[in-house]
Design a protein around this ligand. Structure first.
Ligand SMILES: Cc1ncc(COP(=O)(O)O)c(C=O)c1O
Length: 364
């Protein structure tokens, strides 16, 4: 009865693509806890204080019913104020937020033009959505504009949606946001920017790479709360009309129990830490500088991929790093394109210069 599953897993194993859950061990060169907030005493104390003032563990229902907790609303108001958007809407995680945005906002007469390397959650949202979509070459501004022009000359009359990550999670390089804004303005297009890996790391107060664009009518941003913010969740920062649309039409928002109010309290504190403790961001950038020197290359971000190529070789190298006490993971297709399996080295405040030098030595 279960043959299909055994055979499928055997196929993955023979292609060096079988995944297994590996315990957390060794120096953290793999998490997205960039500012080290995951274990920060301030987040713990914020959750303890929320419990003391009676904030619930569970929300008890959908936001549209009994689940709408004052913590959610306070977080959304504070996030909008912090990031500079008209409004924000909180989801249980970035995946759910991206699925909601892509499935709900682009309409049947629209076109989504997305970067070829955009995250799986955007793909899954587009699959659920009703707008046609086209992938264009990574960071190729002319290709974005060309796709919109082709669609218009083929009779497209709706709104084009340009969808990118501001910082690519597996490559560490940045989207050409300034040029894409110009394209969006020229073609009355919306710009959907996933700031998952930029939030907390880039911009004054960790506002991200799209910091100057918030508040524009044609910009939607996603700030995830499980990476640099050290907690869990996803904040879509949007003009009010789009927030109202999501509240009314996003099925994952409507037909799901609202996130834990305790987590909302933790994210509120994380936003305060972004504002109050700029030294965390500064320290991260010092560590990134040390890593660039030790590894001998730079991406201009905290994500430093060591491209290996073959899947099996990447897995073997990651295992060697782990055996030496450095927690690095191999990233294989389909997460990254075939032939580009890699070690995704991420720099966080959970390591220091000594650990960085040690990892570089093993990699050499
Ligand atoms: C670019 C990008 N967007 C969205 C997500 C999903 O966010 P979350 O982990 O909060 O579900 C991730 C997480 O891997 C990501 O890397």
């Amino acid at each position: 009865m279960l043959h299909f599953y055994r055979d499928d897993l055997a196929r993955l194993a023979s292609a060096d693509r079988l995944r297994r859950l590996v315990p957390r061990a060794g120096a953290d060169f793999t998490s997205n806890d960039y500012l080290g907030l995951g274990a920060s005493p301030r987040l713990r104390e914020a959750v303890a204080a929320a419990l003391d003032r009676g904030v619930g563990i569970g929300s008890g229902g959908s936001r549209l019913l009994r689940g709408n907790d004052p913590e959610h609303e306070a977080l959304e108001a504070e996030a909008a104020a912090h990031f500079g958007s008209e409004t924000a809407l909180f989801f249980a995680n970035g995946y759910a937020a991206n699925v909601a945005a892509f499935a709900t906002l682009p309409q049947p007469g629209d076109l989504v033009v997305h970067d070829a390397l955009i995250h799986a959650s955007a793909h899954d949202g587009m699959r659920l959505g009703r707008a046609p979509r086209v992938a264009v070459a990574h960071n190729d501004v002319a290709a974005f504009e060309g796709a919109i022009r082709d669609w218009r000359s083929g009779g497209g009359t709706g709104t084009p949606w340009i969808a990118v990550e501001s910082l690519y999670g597996m490559d560490g390089d940045r989207a050409p946001l300034a040029a894409l804004v110009e394209v969006a303005d020229r073609h009355q297009a919306m710009l959907l920017i996933d700031e998952a890996h930029a939030t907390g790391v880039f911009g004054d107060g960790g506002r991200g790479l799209a910091a100057g664009l918030h508040g524009r009518e044609n910009v939607v941003t996603l700030h995830t709360c499980g990476k640099a913010l050290g907690a869990e969740g996803g904040l879509l920062c949007v003009p009010r009309v789009l927030r109202d649309m999501l509240v009314n039409r996003a099925r994952g928002f409507i037909f799901s129990t609202a996130p834990s109010p305790l987590i909302a309290a933790a994210v509120r504190e994380a936003l305060r830490i972004l504002a109050d403790e700029p030294e965390r961001q500064a320290r991260l950038w010092a560590l990134i500088g040390a890593a660039e020197k030790a590894l001998g290359f730079a991406t201009g971000s905290q994500i430093l991929p060591v491209i290996v190529g073959a899947d099996g070789a990447a897995v073997a190298l990651a295992e060697r790093c782990r055996a030496a006490g450095y927690d690095v993971r191999a990233i294989r297709p389909p997460t990254v394109p075939a032939g580009t399996a890699r070690l995704r080295v991420s720099i966080t405040l959970n390591v220091d210069e000594t650990a960085i030098a040690g990892l570089a030595e093993v990699l050499r």
